[in-house]
Design a protein around this ligand. Structure first.
Ligand code: SF4
Length: 339
C-alpha cells in the first residue's frame, strides 16, 4: 500500500537540504502537483469546505519542511523522548489520537533536516549518560508510509545502530518495510507493529494494510534480526472480544512462532476524551465505535483532562485475559505495559 500524495507542498528552506531538493525533483518528475509555503506550520491551501472534506484532502497532502524546534517532548510510557521525523500519516483510523491533536487539516509532514535532528538526539543522550536513552519515532505520526520517499527511518536506524547509549523504537500499521531490512540496526531499534482483530481493522482503520499484510511484514522484520514488538491498541471489548483477540494471537503465532526471540507486547484499552468523541463524530458521522459515556468510568488524565475508560472490573478482566494470551501463544515475550 504505497502512499501517493495528490499534492506536495515545500517549505522554501527545505530546498537547502539534499533531501528537500531530491523530493522536489522526484515529485515533479512524477507529475504530482507541487507548490511552496513559507512555513510547514501554516499551510493554508489544503482544499475542503467541510471538516470531513478537509480531513480527507489533508491526508493526501504531503508537506516537506524543516524541523526548527529541537526540544523533544517526553514520551511515556514507551520511551524517554519523542524523535520528530514526520507528523501525521495517510491512514484514516477513526480513533487516531492525532485526530484531535493536529487541527482540522492533519496533512502529512516530513522533516528534511535529519542530521540536525539526530545531532539533537545525541545531545539528549549526552545529558543522560551513562543511562541509556530511548527515543520514540512514531509519537506524532506513522513514519513508514513516507519512508520509501524519504529514507528518514533508515538513516535513523543506522545512526542508533552505532550509538551505545541510544535506542530507537517506532510503531506502524504499514508494511513498506523492504528498504529497512538491510539497514545495520545492531539490535538497537525495536520495530513494532500495531495490530488488531481483522474486524476492528476493517471497520475502523481505513486506508491501512490488513492484519495478514502486517503479520507478513512483521515476519520479514524479525527475519532481518530486529527486536520486534506488537502494540495491540485499542483493545475493543465488543461482543465476542475474547474469541476475536484469541484469533488474533493465533494468527500472529502461526506467522511468527519461534522466529522472534526478542518480542514485546504493549496493550492499550480503548478510551476516549469528550473532545475526541466530538471530533470523531464530526469527521466520521456514521462511526460504529462505542463512545457511550454511561458504560465507562471517568478518569482524570495526566494532562488535566479526563478520559472515559472501561470500568475497573471489566478492565481487570481484559488485562488478565491479555496476559494469558501472551503467555499461551508467546511464552518468551515480555509484556511492557497494559493500560
Ligand atoms: Fe493515526 Fe496511526 Fe491510523 Fe495513521 S495509522 S491514522 S497515525 S492511528
Amino acid at each position: 500500500m504505497v502512499f501517493e500524495p495528490k499534492r506536495v507542498i515545500f517549505e522554501r528552506e527545505a530546498l537547502n537540504y539534499p533531501l528537500g531538493e531530491e523530493l522536489l525533483r522526484y515529485f515533479n518528475q512524477q507529475g504530482i502537483e507541487t507548490s511552496f509555503t513559507a512555513s510547514h506550520n501554516r499551510v493554508t491551501f489544503v482544499p475542503g469546505r467541510t471538516r470531513t472534506e478537509g480531513y480527507f484532502e489533508a491526508k493526501r497532502t504531503l508537506v516537506v519542511g524543516v524541523r526548527r524546534t529541537m526540544d523533544f517532548a517526553t514520551c511515556k510510557p514507551s520511551a524517554h523522548f519523542q524523535l520528530p521525523l514526520a507528523t501525521s500519516c495517510p491512514g484514516k483510523c477513526e480513533y487516531c489520537y492525532l485526530l484531535t491533536n493536529l487541527g482540522k487539516k492533519p496533512y502529512v509532514r516530513v522533516y528534511v533536516n535529519i542530521e540536525e535532528i539526530l545531532s539533537a538526539a545525541k545531545a539528549y543522550m549526552e545529558k543522560r549518560k551513562p543511562e541509556i536513552t530511548v527515543f520514540e519515532g512514531a509519537a506524532t505520526s506513522d513514519p513508514v508510509p513516507v519512508e520509501p520517499y524519504t529514507g528518514l527511518l533508515a538513516r535513523t536506524v543506522e545512526f542508533f545502530g552505532r550509538e551505545d547509549l541510544g535506542r530507537f523504537r517506532f510503531v506502524t500499521k504499514f508494511t513498506d518495510v523492504d528498504t529497512l531490512l538491510g539497514v545495520p540496526h545492531n539490535g538497537h531499534t525495536r520495530f513494532r507493529f500495531s495490530i488488531n482483530t481483522g474486524e476492528v481493522i476493517r471497520r475502523y482503520e481505513h486506508a491501512t494494510p490488513t492484519l495478514a499484510e502486517r503479520l507478513a511484514a512483521a515476519d520479514k522484520v524479525a527475519a532481518a534480526g530486529y527486536p520486534l514488538g506488537f502494540l495491540v491498541a485499542p483493545i475493543i471489548a465488543a461482543e465476542g472480544w475474547r474469541e476475536d483477540y484469541r484469533a488474533l494471537f493465533r494468527a500472529a503465532a502461526a506467522e511468527l512462532s519461534g522466529k522472534a526471540p526478542d518480542l514485546t507486547f504493549e496493550f492499550i484499552t480503548h478510551r476516549f476524551t469528550k473532545r475526541a468523541k466530538n471530533t470523531i463524530l464530526e469527521v466520521f458521522p456514521n462511526t460504529g465505535l462505542d463512545l457511550e459515556e454511561e458504560s465507562r468510568t471517568f478518569k482524570f488524565g495526566q494532562f488535566g483532562y479526563g478520559k472515559y475508560v472501561y470500568p475497573k472490573e471489566h478492565f481487570a478482566e481484559i488485562k488478565e485475559y491479555f496476559h494469558s494470551l501472551a503467555q499461551e501463544f508467546f511464552p518468551q515475550a515480555k509484556v511492557e505495559y497494559f493500560i
